[in-house]
Design a protein around this ligand. Structure first.
Ligand code: GLA
Length: 367
């Protein structure tokens, strides 16, 4: 680890929480954030690890104050962000806040270029636990030379803060971000569509070697519960993110979510795969025109296996024990992580016939 590395143990497993952007865009407020924090607790999400409450873009005033500081929009945040951070911390949650590495944020608010040290210090004073640093209005900058400035700025504050690098994979962040930040976006923005989920999954295929404890590929925030996908599609999206050891940032309205949405976001054995302490990102081990098999080694010596039907018609998807690295024995025990039910011992392989865009998430343990 080089000088100024952020490999500080703050993110031993992929960070989990909620972020305002996917569902609320620029319409953020104190009330939304507080109600969401309460809903994270009441829904059981906090207990399962969703602990970062992240305010994304557009929390600001459109100009810096007389001291040159970013300031919150007082109409939206009447008690101020320091007060809000205290409320969040008082609930046992952590506070995340957004800025941008360029001259302006994506929504046109003041950016942090040239203000990295003072803005990081301001965030630390506010009680921020996670900084998302975005990449709009960065003409002429490169990610690999810009983000280390943020690493230094955060270290100089003395406050542990997760650095969430949001440069959309422009400068191949997996090559350099491992010691610069705790997580880095590997794609352009997700959309609430099946096509977007499949496109993002495809882009993760070559990236598994770059992730591990304290340094995670980030295929972007969740769209579960936002209305654009069927229940099967949302489950497949969540299962894929678990296989990818992705940060799990809920992006929906957790105050009003349906039981079906809640069931997906709180599926304990799916979350356990995402949060497995080995931190090994899943690999795609088989692909046909319409199906995928992904596998992920787990700390207890078993493997998580995802059977996925990308196609528009029913499909049978099979995993062979021979295709799973390190599997010697022919017999293995299969458990369905979504159903939370044992399938039983299987000799050599297992298969499932899946509806269009559906998936099965399994835990396979050699016997
Ligand atoms: C970019 C980021 C998003 C979100 C918006 C906010 O598009 O990639 O995640 O932060 O900006 O404007």
């Amino acid at each position: 680890m080089g000088l100024g590395a952020l490999s500080d143990g703050l993110a031993p497993t992929p960070p989990m929480g909620w972020n305002s952007w996917n569902r609320f865009g620029p319409f953020v407020s104190e009330r939304l954030v507080l109600e969401t924090a309460d809903a994270l607790i009441e829904s059981g999400m906090q207990g399962l690890g969703y602990r970062y409450v992240v305010i994304d873009d557009a929390w600001h005033e459109s100009v810096r104050d007389d001291n040159g500081d970013l300031t919150e929009n007082r109409w939206a945040f009447p008690h101020g962000l320091r007060w809000l951070a205290d409320q969040i911390h008082g609930r046992g949650l952590r506070f995340g806040l957004y800025t941008d590495a360029g001259t302006r944020t994506c929504q046109g608010y003041p950016g942090s270029l040239g203000h990295e040290a003072s803005d990081a210090a301001k965030f630390a004073r506010l009680g921020v636990d996670l900084m998302k640093v975005d990449w709009c209005h960065t003409a002429g900058l490169r990610g690999r030379t810009t983000y280390p400035t943020w690493t230094e700025a955060i270290l100089a504050t003395g406050r542990p803060m997760v650095l969430s690098i949001s440069e959309w994979s422009r400068d191949r962040p997996w090559e350099w971000a491992g010691t610069v930040g705790h997580m880095w976006r590997t794609t352009p923005d997700i959309a609430d569509t099946w096509e977007s989920v499949v496109d993002i999954a495809e882009r993760q295929v070559p990236l598994h070697a770059f992730a591990g404890p304290d340094h995670w590929n980030d295929p972007d925030m969740l769209e579960v519960g936002n209305g654009g996908m069927t229940e099967d599609e949302q489950r497949s999206h969540f299962f894929l993110w678990a296989m990818l050891a992705a940060p799990l940032m809920a992006g929906n309205d957790v105050r009003t979510m349906s039981d079906a949405t809640r069931a997906i976001l709180t599926a304990p054995e799916v979350i356990a795969i995402d949060q497995d302490p080995l931190g090994q990102q899943g690999r795609r081990i088989r692909r046909t025109a319409s199906t995928d098999v992904w596998a992920r080694m787990l700390a207890d010596g078993s493997q998580a296996v995802l059977l996925l039907n990308r196609g528009g018609v029913r499909a049978n998807v099979r995993v062979l024990w021979d295709d799973l690295d390190t599997f010697g024995p022919r017999m293995a025990h299969v458990r369905d992580a979504w159903e939370r039910a044992d399938v039983g011992p299987r000799d050599g392989w297992y298969d499932r016939t899946l509806a269009p865009h559906a998936a099965a998430l399994l835990k396979v343990t050699p016997l």
